[in-house]
Ligand binder design. Structure first.
Ligand SMILES: [Zn+2]
Length: 244
């Protein structure tokens, strides 16, 4: 069940009041999780960064949320806050690249004023670059001969698209690695490190020996996630992949 309550945001730049919502609970029926920590749950998007409907400048939702007042009924009458999805058509070809430029730009202008915010921006940037190829690599195991034929035809059709996406992904590698370096630094600094996640970061940077070293220190449950990661390291594969 999805429950949320409305909140009122006040733009820190121009003072405009806008409505938004705070997600209270959500039941995940099926989630796809990825080696970079992203998980597709079908949950309503609730970005931590909003964009003012009037001055069009981005702001942190947490800093702009006015104290919750259950008697407050103005929220329904206010216009909604925007987010980056409103800046471009969702199926626009440039959408994935736009997202990369958006987060890289915010990092450059020091939009984050603490480590947690910077980690949020850098994680979004990491995911945005991976999104270029996320849904285009790997293949499903065919369950029947008919499906095998179908997947083969699809593969032929999508081969050129995959090539273009890989080219775009490769063109962002300097930014990708520089971003991961800083993210690893912040992640370790924060303490209480999830070793599987840290090993994943080093793997995607292409530092397989460091990733293996970290994986050897891991003493937790050697589950499917662990085994898949170990296999990818052994094969020296650095691209994002699906855990489940
Ligand atoms: Zn504003």
């Amino acid at each position: 069940m999805t429950t949320f309550h409305s909140v009122v945001l006040k733009c820190p730049q121009c003072g405009t009041l806008m409505s938004d919502f705070q997600l209270m609970s959500y039941t995940v029926h099926h989630a796809t999780s990825w080696s970079d920590g992203k998980s597709d749950t079908g949950m309503p998007d609730n970005s931590e960064i909003k964009i003012c409907a009037v001055c069009h400048l981005p702001f942190w939702k947490a800093d702009a949320t006015l104290p919750y007042d259950p008697d407050w009924d103005v929220a329904d009458e206010l216009g909604g806050a925007l987010d980056i999805r409103d800046q471009l058509e969702p199926f626009d070809d440039g959408w994935k690249e736009f997202k990369i430029q958006f987060f890289a730009g915010l990092i450059d202008e020091c939009f984050a004023d603490d480590d947690d915010k910077e980690m949020y921006l850098r994680t979004q940037l990491w995911w945005a670059i991976n999104d270029l190829i996320r849904y285009y690599i790997g293949f499903r195991k065919p369950k029947s001969f008919q499906q095998l034929i179908y997947l083969f035809k699809q593969y032929k059709k999508r081969r050129q698209e995959l090539k273009d996406r890989l080219q775009l992904y490769n063109s962002h590698q300097a930014l990708f690695k520089e971003n991961l370096d800083r993210l690893i630094f912040l992640f370790i600094k924060k303490g209480d490190v999830d070793l599987l996640y840290l090993a994943s970061m080093y793997r995607e940077k292409g530092n397989f020996s460091k990733a293996k070293e970290i994986l050897q220190q891991y003493e937790g449950n050697k589950n499917e996630v662990y085994r898949k990661l170990r296999l990818k390291l052994w094969m020296k594969r650095r691209k994002v992949f699906r855990f489940s």
